[in-house]
Ligand binder design. Structure first.
Ligand code: SDX
Length: 377
């Protein structure tokens, strides 16, 4: 390797492997999950169906879906040990740290954690899919001094998630908006957290270690932590008529505007129109034209000045806020959804594994030696 070797910092534009899980097409600004446009899946399928599609490669038959749903619903109880994790970690712990710890505990409880059998991995993942809503819901309730709410196995995934968090069955408009967000967040090719999961899997470490590592990567505000940061931005700005001075100051201090920009999409994130439409139904349902005005004003001003477009986190943040989730729970909700994509990629990595270990170009001090050292010292 010579000093003229090209370094691709951040692996920008580097194709690291093939994948059959999803296709992010910048030219057509589209996203396919196993060949299906994500907009069609969001409109026609439940998150439960999308999970099975991502893991098995095809839409589940009615019998396959019924078995998967029954298994997921049978594991929704939080259990004493995970309740204890939430109650014993300090209330100031970030909920992403609590979720990460809960997954570690579940890995420690699983005697077959090291299994690389695809069916066993899908089963572990389905139990995580079932449990993480209970963890997220109990974090919010416990921190508000409220008791845990037991899951309901007569409710679908989205409705039960909202039931366990708020203690009431959601209106259909809220359930649908939440389900759409879970489908849109489920998978996005080799994003940082998914690639992290693949790196850990490539060493033949266990499934839970790959998920814990991915949660750590997703927590960052340049990645999954952006949806939480979007809501903090809205809180800071306050109202539409404060957007211009706020943006003047933010850009003067070279701050990143959360919820905007993307490593792959450069003229808008293909998922935004679908999530914005879902947000619009919530704005109407909760009668919050102030949120709409602020959303539109910031987007128009920033896109107008920098030509940098919203990503999925921009509409998702205010949507989760309107649903009533605490801001720090927005990224844990992203985790609940992205378990689907991470698991699909973990399966794929195992099926065609090669240890992921790139090279580096050394630019440190030339070789030098310790005073007094001799080979026979
Ligand atoms: C997700 O990869 C995925 O698919 C991720 C994801 C998924 O589903 O898994 O889509 C989810 O993570 C979406 C992204 C959420 N993050 C944010 O909203 C944080 C704010 N966005 C930026 O940090 C940024 O846009 C990134 C990190 C998302 C992408 O950055 P890149 O591709 O590394 O581009 P860059 O940072 O080099 O930016 C190029 C230029 C820079 O200006 P210069 O230094 O060249 O003058 O554009 C500027 C940047 O400063 N820029 C921004 C900006 N995004 C880019 N300036 C202000 N605010 C922004 N949001």
């Amino acid at each position: 390797m010579s000093d003229s070797t090209e370094i691709r910092k951040g692996l920008v534009g580097v194709v690291a492997d093939t994948t059959a899980v999803s296709k992010v097409n910048v030219e057509t600004n589209s996203l396919l999950y196993r060949g299906y446009p994500v907009q069609e899946l969001a409109a026609m399928c439940s998150f439960e169906e999308v999970v099975n599609l991502l893991w098995r490669g095809d839409l589940a038959t009615p019998d396959e879906l019924a078995r998967s749903i029954a298994r997921e619903r049978s594991h929704r109880e939080l259990g004493d040990r995970l309740m204890g994790v939430i109650e014993r970690l300090p209330d100031e712990s970030h909920p992403m740290d609590v979720v990460r710890t809960a997954v570690s505990v579940m890995g420690g409880e699983d005697p077959t954690a090291w299994s690389d059998d695809p069916e066993e991995i899908r089963d572990k993942a389905l139990i995580l899919i079932a449990k993480i809503p209970a963890v997220v819901a109990y974090i919010q309730r416990h921190r508000r001094g409220l008791p845990m709410i037991a899951p309901r196995d007569d409710l679908g995934y989205a409705a039960n998630f909202l039931w366990m968090t708020f203690g009431e069955e959601p209106p259909e408009v809220v359930r649908k908006a939440f389900d759409v967000s879970m489908t849109l967040y489920a998978e996005h090719s080799f994003n940082a957290s998914t690639f992290t999961a693949r790196v850990v899997t490539s060493t033949l470490s266990d499934y839970y270690s790959a998920i814990v590592a991915a949660i750590g990567a997703l927590k960052g505000p340049l990645h999954g932590g952006a949806n939480e940061a979007v809501m903090r931005t809205f809180d800071e700005i306050g109202s539409a008529d404060n957007v211009v001075p706020w943006l003047d100051d933010a850009l003067a201090h070279k701050r990143k505007i959360m919820g905007f920009g993307h490593r792959v999409y450069k003229r808008g994130d293909s998922r935004v129109p679908t999530m914005k439409a879902a947000l619009d139904t919530l704005i109407a349902h909760y009668d919050r034209p102030d949120i709409a005005a602020l959303y539109d004003a910031l987007e128009a001003e920033f896109v107008g000045r920098k030509g940098i477009y919203p990503n999925l986190d921009y509409p998702s943040g205010p949507a989760y806020h309107l649903m009533g989730f605490d801001t720090e729970l927005f990224t844990p909700i992203f985790v609940a959804s992205r378990i689907a994509g991470w698991t699909a990629h973990i399966q794929e990595q195992l099926a065609h594994n090669a240890l992921i270990r790139p090279l580096s170009l050394y630019d440190g001090p030339a070789e030098r030696h310790i005073d007094g050292y001799t080979a026979d010292a």
